[in-house]
Every structure is written in structure tokens, then in C-alpha cells.
Design a protein around this ligand. Structure first.
Ligand SMILES: [Zn+2]
Length: 147
């Protein structure tokens, strides 16, 4: 299936292609203070493929905090958090916020990563996040309905 996400104003968006189903995709609710402030519910598939779009790259806020091993992408116009991006030697990896999609109300499981080291965190992302491409200056494709 393909899951399309967009921020509120449409500047940022993503497409996640996955062979997983809603029975196997398992949305996660991280317990860090950033994710709780956004009521984040994230999905990823290491066998899938993700593309992140930023129509106006000057309005892509790339926020880092904590161990600073990933960038959290927020829209600089409407403020919506669409997902996180990590650049590793192998390429980009992303986890994407289901709250920015039409599937925002599907349930997620509480998850805690607070005890990880920076190396452990980066290894987990390479293992579990979705291989991803960042397309700056490219508007998100039209979603199949209100996101
Ligand atoms: Zn926006």
C-alpha cells in the first residue's frame, strides 16, 4: 500500500510505499517529550521506500535535540511535524508521522527509546526506519483525499 502524508498547508509531504498491511505495520507512539507534545504516531518499514517532499525548502524546519542523531521535520509555515530523517553512510532513513495522514486515528503502541546510546539509536534506525529520499523544491503529490 501507499500512505501519503501532508502538513496542514501542503508545503511538506511524504509517500510511504510498503508491502505491510495495517495488521503488520504497527504504528508507534514514542514517549519522548517532543513526540508527546505533537501526539506523534509513527510508522516505518525497512523493506519499504519513502519519499519526503518540501515544496519550499526554506520552510522546512530541521529540528535536532537530545542526542542530535536525527532531524525532525516540521513545516515552517503551518507547524505540522511530518516525520524524522537520519542521514547515514548507506543513505537516508525516515520514520513518518501517521498523524499527518488520513490514517491519523489508527491506534499505536507506546514505545520508549530513552535508554539508548547514540550508537544504539543510529543502529536501530538503520535497521527499522524506511530507506528514504528527500526531494527539496518538489511539492508533495496530490493526496487521495483530505489528509
Ligand atoms: Zn505546512
Amino acid at each position: 500500500m501507499r500512505i501519503d502524508g501532508r502538513c496542514h498547508c501542503g508545503n511538506l509531504g511524504f509517500a510511504l510505499e510498503t508491502a505491510l498491511t495495517w495488521e503488520t505495520l504497527l504504528p508507534r507512539e514514542c514517549d519522548c517529550s517532543f513526540c508527546r507534545a505533537h501526539a506523534t504516531r509513527c510508522v516505518s518499514d525497512p523493506e519499504g521506500r519513502a519519499t519526503i517532499f518540501a515544496a519550499d525548502p526554506d520552510r522546512l524546519v530541521r529540528y535536532r535535540f537530545g542526542l542530535r542523531t536525527a532531524e525532525f521535520f516540521l513545516c515552517g509555515r503551518c507547524g505540522v511535524y511530518i516525520g524524522a530523517w537520519a542521514e547515514e553512510a548507506e543513505g537516508g532513513f525516515a520514520t513518518l508521522n501517521l498523524r499527518a495522514t488520513a490514517h491519523r486515528d489508527r491506534p499505536g503502541a507506546a514505545t520508549s527509546y530513552g535508554r539508548e546510546t547514540a550508537e544504539g539509536r543510529r543502529a536501530r534506525r538503520r535497521e527499522r526506519w524506511t530507506p528514504a529520499e528527500l526531494r527539496l523544491g518538489v511539492p508533495p503529490p496530490a493526496a487521495a483525499g483530505p489528509a
